[in-house]
Structure formats: structure tokens, C-alpha cells
Design a binder for this molecule. Sequence first.
Ligand code: TYD
Length: 348
Amino acid sequence: MKSDNPRILVTGGAGFIGSNYARMILRSLTSCELVILDKFTYSGSKLTLVDIADDPRVTIVEGDICDVSAVNRALEGCDAVVNFAAETHVDRSLIDPASFIHTNVHGTWVLLEAVRQHYEVRFVQVSTDEVYGAVLSGQSVETDLIHPRNPYSASKAGAEMMAIAYAESHGVDVVITRGSNTYGPYQYPEKFIPLMITNVIEGRTIPVYGDGLQVRHWIHADDHARAIHTALLHGKSGEIYNAGSDDERTNISVARAVVDLLGASDDLIEHVTDRPGHDRRYALSSDKLRSLGWEPSWTFDEGIKQTVDWYRENSDWWRAVRDASFEEYYQSNYGGRTAMSPSDTDQE
Ligand code: TYD
């Protein structure tokens, strides 16, 4: 991709990682053009783009990656496409898997097909560590077999496979990134970290699934955005790159850190019925991406503090993006779960 004044299509640019990527690019490249294509669903709001919408380097297009003509129009003149557009919440994929297959698999295919037919661009498929499935010890490397265990991760694995197929069969210049659990500003408040922060601010309990000893690697959105851009600029065609931090935490320890930073009581933490098929642990080795010159800059302790402060200072944003459907979702996901006493769990 030309590094001088590139034009990049950012699909799903009003979502969490996509909007952080757009901001990072605008901060670091004075001369560039970003085309943000977003369907503006419940988790991708125009409010998320308010601070960059008037930037002359940005064009915002409302459209769906499943819509062939919208995709073809958006790709016009671009040097690269970074596909962030996806349904991403595991819990929702257990309730409504069809929309995950539609957007994540079919939508990725529509993009790949448009590229194959008309455009010579590099295609970055933003994927997830969840495709590896639960990893009880050690760290996943890119050559490991994948073993997705929920409809969300299966749909992301399907998208990856389609991207690889287009690289192998049609020579499309594809690079795939697999990021670990990401946190930071502008994450829709149904994901674990912003859910906890906003619930504590509102004096609600925070629901921790099962014993809370599930383990995740947490990466700050800014580090994740830089990782994706490193893969775009320097990744080898047809290759996969893990993007994770070494900050490995149990969910319960993250819950305690959030409660602590907000000066609240641990009593707000409520263990509830576990998520079905809940992957016990994800962990990535990112040596391959590090060899391209990337490394994370945030420690979890610094990043979680910055994130908590951001949600404290931006309550207008998160209150506004949670529309009426949020409470409906909350009821459907949490209403049927029963609170568990600590003795019902294996907690330390
Ligand atoms: P989530 O943000 O949904 O990401 P993922 O499932 O993709 O890792 O959840 C992060 C972890 O937090 C995961 O182990 C599930 C757990 N979790 C809870 O314990 N309670 C909750 O209310 C949510 C949303 C997640």
C-alpha cells in the first residue's frame, strides 16, 4: 500500500475498534483519506464519530457491507480496506446467531468479491483470538488449529476462511489479524468492561459469569489499532498475525479493579449463571507481529484507569448510545440468570 496519502476504507468505522483505528490514523498521518462505511446499528452510533466527522480527510458513508453497490461505491479510489464491520458480542450470538452469519460471513464475502472483481487493494480482515477456542495453557500461535466454540467465533472463523480462500484462489492480497479482548474508550456498554463501569456508576450490580476465574488477555484499543495498521503496512500477503498483550487477568480480578477504581464496594459484584460454552481462557503469542516492529504501549493497570476515567467523563456518550433496545437486551441476557453465592462457585 502506498504510505504517502493512502485512501483507506474502514468498514464498521463507527464501532469500537474501527473508530479507535480511524482516530489513530488521523492522529498519526497528516495526509490520508478515510472512507468510513458503517450500517449504524445499535453498537455503531453517529455519536461515536462526532469528533472526526468534520475532518476534511474523512468521508462517512451509511451502508451495509452486505450491499454490493454500497461496497463498490465505497471502495472507489481506495488503496486498502480494513474490515471491522461485524456483529461481535458472544452473548448476542447465543440469542440471535443469524445476524452474525449474515454480516460476518456473507458481508466479508461481499467485500472480498468486490475486491476480486474491481479493485487492487490490500484487504485486512480484523478477526479475534476467539477462533482458537479455549486455550487452557500456553499461548496460541498462528499455525494452531482453530476450534471456535460459539456462534460468534464460528462466524469470525468462517470470514477468515473465506478471506484465505480468496487469497489462495483469486490472488486477493489478504492479511488477517486476530486480536485479544479489547478495552478502551467508545466500547458499547454491553461488553464486560464498559458494562461494569457504567453499572457501578449507576449503582447497579455487576454480573460476573460463574466463578469469574475465566482468563482473558486484555489489549487497549489504541494498541490494537496500531497492531492492525502494522499488519496492513508490513504484513505478508496471506498471513495471519495475532495481536495481544501479555496482560492476562481473571474476570473477577478485572471486576475488582473496576470497583476499586470507582471507589465502590465489592458487594456490587454478583456471580450469576455462567454463559453456555464459555471459553475458560484465551491467550495469544504476538511474537510474529512484534517481529514487524509493533508492541503494545499500555499496561492494563494504566489502560483500565484511563478507560474508567473516560467513561466517567463521557457519560453523555454512553447514556445516549444505549437506546431503548439496551434494556430489552439486558433483560433477555441477564433476566433468566440466577445469582450464585460465593460457595456455589470455585472462587479463590
Ligand atoms: P466479553 O466482553 O463478552 O468478551 P468475550 O466473551 O469475547 O471474551 O466478555 C469478557 C469476559 O467477561 C468473558 O469471559 C465473559 C465475561 N463476562 C461476564 O462475566 N459478565 C458479563 O456480564 C459479560 C458481558 C461478560
